[in-house]
Design a protein around this ligand. Structure first.
Ligand code: FSO
Ligand code: SF4
Length: 544
């Protein structure tokens, strides 16, 4: 295996024998092969699209397969074997459709469009030859993978919108176009850079789509105090990003005597009017994903993982973890849609037999500062900026992770001058959302917009401020960007910000291993992207 898609890539260069995340060599290889066959399907499906043949099943399969390969989503070998089989079958179906419709299929098609096998042994053999390192030129490899990771994040967000009934053909088409582009040896580095920017454009589109899906279905997030303590009933802990699962779980647990708590990236569910109305929705338990090994244990009740980030479960609580959708791990119970619905009754019955959660914290945290809520108090914000009460905003969205070096973000938040405000989204917030950083004239100094995809809200706010202050360029605003990344959703968020013209983004705690020196140089020279140093130095340079 060779994998360098996340921030925790071994030695800052790539995981080889086994992933730092716990992904096995076998699973990593099969994920590579799945992506490879997706490229093959896309070669035919783009031609099918030209012929106006609609294949929603194919679009959905590609989207979900990409999502399943995201860091910490699925560790189950059998899932990838099955997906590869399905991919090969779908590829042949689309090919037959194209031929039947009189479409043109080029000679000398890429191997991804023609290779086939039936046995797991043959899959494994092939898998070893189609990974990241099969692209020899390191700059081409770097750009190809940057695009692939971007569309993985895009696919994840597209899937969340999709389950709520929102989709955009152009997004599916772009994902497939990008997959095919990574098989094209004739594309120059410049063409790949242009495609990277286009990935950012579709990143903005997919986040806007998801924002529309979430807010139309569940209302606009409201400024909310979220309880972080516990009650004395058995509970279910729900993690990940899927709001549809959240809704179903709340409905099905109502009146059962079982409470519901969010974990990690599900915290923002507490901000939505449609969920707040449930009395048995108690609040949030715990912190970011990487602390689950301790927090799932002390929670005592069952846990539902709706998306990443899952870490390989410990035996002490393994029997209480349930997965759904693209999440998977050998030996965990998996719940799928049946007759258009997910039945969580097994989890509910399980919860009834468990002890209530052990209290690990007490109190409240405040969030819900998505675009609608912030724009609602825009006058106050603008006034505070004009009066000099707020000197600068710091966008600190992104992800948390287990590296010790991430203490930097807690220190950074603590040391920021008191006339600054942090705008956050994603699980990065857990590094500072429980510090008492105070407020500026009633505006809290940490404004949490929501999940990582709600970084879109931060962009909407920035664009609005640009308009209010009548500025030409988004970079003239008093906003600095100090973003923490971990997995591929953060890649699409970053590309979206670059597409919107945001410059001088600082990315940490380390720069991606998949950026070759030359590609990193382009990002530095064109967009002013930089890493982080130490807190004092960075704050000084940001404030200068
Ligand atoms: Fe975090 Fe994990 Fe939301 Fe990511 S829980 S790290 S960027 O999946 O998606 O922020
Ligand atoms: Fe390593 Fe990250 Fe890949 Fe896991 S996802 S194998 S930790 S680079």
């Amino acid at each position: 295996m060779f994998c360098f898609q996340c921030q925790e890539a071994a030695k800052g260069s790539g995981c080889t024998a086994r992933g730092v995340c716990g992904k096995t060599d076998e699973v990593a290889n099969l994920q590579d092969l799945l992506i490879y066959v997706l490229k093959g399907i896309s070669i035919y499906n783009l031609e099918a699209k030209n012929l106006e043949i609609k294949n929603e099943e194919v679009d959905k399969f590609i989207m979900e397969s990409l999502f399943a390969t995201i860091t910490n989503a699925n560790f189950d070998k059998s899932v990838f074997v099955e997906r590869i089989r399905k991919a090969l079958a779908l590829r042949e179906e689309v090919k037959a459709q194209v031929l039947q419709a009189g479409g043109k299929i080029e000679e000398n098609l890429h191997d991804a469009a023609t290779w086939s096998a039936e046995t797991v042994e043959d899959f494994e053999k092939k898998a070893k030859t189609v990974g990241v390192l099969s692209t020899e030129n390191e700059d081409v490899r770097s750009l190809r993978e940057l695009i692939i990771y971007g569309i993985k994040g895009m696919a994840a967000y597209a899937k969340h919108a999709y389950v709520l009934g929102y989709k955009e053909e152009a997004i599916f088409e772009f994902i497939q176009k990008a997959l095919v582009a990574t098989t094209d040896d004739s594309l120059s580095a410049d063409a790949l850079v242009a495609l990277t920017m286009e990935t950012g454009k579709f990143g903005v589109d997919v986040m806007a789509l998801l924002d529309k899906a979430n807010t139309t279905t569940y209302g606009n997030p409201e400024i909310t105090k979220v309880n972080i303590g516990v009650r004395n009933n058995p509970g279910i802990l729900i993690s990940g990003h899927d709001l549809k699962d959240m809704e179903e779980l709340l409905k099905q647990t109502e009146g059962t005597g079982v409470d519901v708590y969010t974990h990690s990236e599900m915290l923002p569910a507490n901000y939505y009017p449609a969920f707040k109305k449930y009395d048995h929705f108690v609040g949030n338990y715990g912190n970011a994903w990487w602390k689950q090994d301790k927090e799932f244990e002390s929670f005592n009740g069952p846990i539902l993982m709706t998306t990443n980030c899952l870490i390989p479960p410990k035996d002490t609580y393994k029997d209480r973890v349930y997965t759904t959708s693209v999440v998977g791990f050998e030996g965990l119970k998996h719940i799928e849609v049946e007759n258009g619905k997910k039945d969580f009754s097994e989890i509910i019955e399980h919860a009834k037999k468990c002890q209530p959660p052990v209290e690990i914290e007490r109190g409240e945290i405040v969030g819900g500062f998505a675009h609608n809520a912030v724009l609602g108090v825009a006058d106050k914000v603008v006034e505070a900026v004009k009066a000099g009460a707020i000197k600068k905003f710091f966008v600190m969205a992104g992800c948390d992770g287990r590296m010790k070096s991430r203490d930097y973000y807690t220190e950074f938040a603590k040391e920021l001058p008191k006339d600054t405000v942090i705008l956050t989204a994603g699980c990065a917030k857990y590094r500072y959302n429980k510090l008492d950083l105070g407020d500026i004239g009633g505006i809290p100094r940490v404004l949490d917009a929501g999940q990582c995809n709600d970084s879109y809200s931060l962009a909407v706010v920035a664009l609005k401020l640009k308009e209010v202050f009548q500025l030409e360029d988004i970079n003239e605003l008093p906003i600095a960007y100090n973003i923490a990344w971990y997995e591929q959703k953060a890649v699409i968020v970053l590309l979206a910000l670059l597409y919107l013209g945001v410059k001088n983004i600082h990315l940490g705690p380390t720069l991606p291993a998949f950026l070759s020196p030359n590609v990193a140089k382009v990002l530095v020279e064109t967009f002013g992207i930089g890493g982080i140093t130490d807190v004092e130095n960075d704050i000084n340079s940001f404030m200068a």
